[in-house]
Write a protein that binds this ligand. Structure first.
Ligand code: DAH
Length: 339
């Protein structure tokens, strides 16, 4: 009897059960009423008194082993079975997304490409800028409201007390750096980050991107400015887009203008985006102020030039109907995937 039990134990341990059918065979063979173990229990009454405790104990162990094996295999078959049922083979496969350029970079590149094609060189400058380039050289003297602490991040400089540093508030200082390092003709655009100490709202962020443009040569006039901007606007927004120049003020240009385009959503008829005016503001521009030329050592009698500046976020928000500037910086793929 003991040898029969050890044989059964060995088999129970080594047997592999692959499906429901084999599991049922296992149950019938070992555990069921007519199975091997029940039979051995019946035979127990014929065993001598001395052997009974040992054989009885063994029998119970083997029975437990068989029952445990049965229930664990049963559970795993059921689990894999229910998984198989969950798979719907008629569903389309899952797409996995490969990376792409951020919408701001896409917009910036499109912008830059148009100007490069007509001879503008791309130049960059530092984001941590000397106050001199950001303000003084751009005809923005000390008392000017634009220098107010409200708008500008001033940076403490412990090493060189003669210079004051700011996070640049616009890309215009790159004009100054470029003119100081080169002689006319100069034809550049400067894309980059700018910073302003503003309360964060859906329309304002403390950092955004601008593209600055500058052309300096002999006999450059406002007519050249209008031609280049109108060309850009048609390329970027579509052939039917019109441009208008509204008199405005910037310390570094004279005359200065606000740059408007016909609303590309309603094509000038009036809608929510253009607040029923038919026009959208995209930036500022003007003829370089003689004081700026003086600051970089150019003779304003010999040279003239135009400059412009446009905000990339604003342009992208209008073009794609994005309502909240903060979406650009949160890196939520559900937003980024749309472009
Ligand atoms: N720097 C101006 C700003 O941040 C934009 C600007 C206006 C740039 C007129 C220019 C310009 O070069 O001529 O609002």
């Amino acid at each position: 009897m003991l040898s029969k039990l050890s044989e059964a134990e060995k088999e129970i341990n080594s047997i592999t059960i692959a499906n429901k059918e084999e599991l049922e065979n296992f149950r019938l063979r070992f555990i069921s009423r007519n199975g091997l173990l029940s039979k051995l229990f019946d035979e127990l009454k014929n065993v001598s008194k001395d052997e009974k405790p040992v054989i009885g104990k063994k029998l119970n162990e083997v029975k437990k082993l068989a029952e445990e094996k049965y229930s664990s295999v049963k559970q795993s078959i059921e689990e894999s079975g229910s998984k198989a049922e969950e798979i719907d083979l008629t569903l389309p496969g899952r797409n996995f997304s490969i990376g792409r350029q951020h919408i701001l970079i896409q917009t910036l590149n499109e912008f830059v490409k148009i100007f490069r094609e007509i001879g503008f060189k791309v130049t960059e400058g530092p984001e941590l800028e000397e106050e001199f380039y950001n303000f003084d050289a751009l005809n923005t003297p000390e008392h000017h409201p634009a220098r107010d602490l409200q708008d500008t991040f001033y940076i403490q400089n412990k090493f060189d007390k003669t210079k004051k540093y700011v996070l640049r508030t616009h890309t215009s200082p790159v004009q100054v750096r470029t003119m100081l390092a080169n002689k006319p003709p100069i034809r550049i655009i400067c894309p980059g980050k700018v910073f302003r100490n503003e309360t964060v709202t859906p329309k304002n962020y403390f950092m955004f991107h601008q593209v600055e443009g500058l052309y300096v040569d002999k006999n450059v006039s406002m007519r050249d400015l209008k031609g280049v901007i109108s060309y850009f606007v048609k390329k970027f927004y579509g052939e039917n887009t019109k441009t208008r120049f509204i008199p405005s003020f910037f310390p570094f240009t004279e005359p200065s203008a606000q740059l408007d385009i016909t609303c590309f959503i309603c094509e000038g008829k009036g809608c929510k985006t253009c607040k029923d005016t038919g026009w959208l503001e995209i930036g500022g521009c003007g003829m370089v102020h003689p004081n700026v030329f003086k600051a970089v050592g150019y003779d304003p009698e010999e040279y003239t030039g135009y400059a412009f500046g446009m905000g990339i976020e604003r342009i992208a928000m209008m073009k794609y109907g994005i309502k909240d500037i903060r979406l650009f910086y949160q890196n939520d793929v559900r937003f980024l995937d749309q472009f």
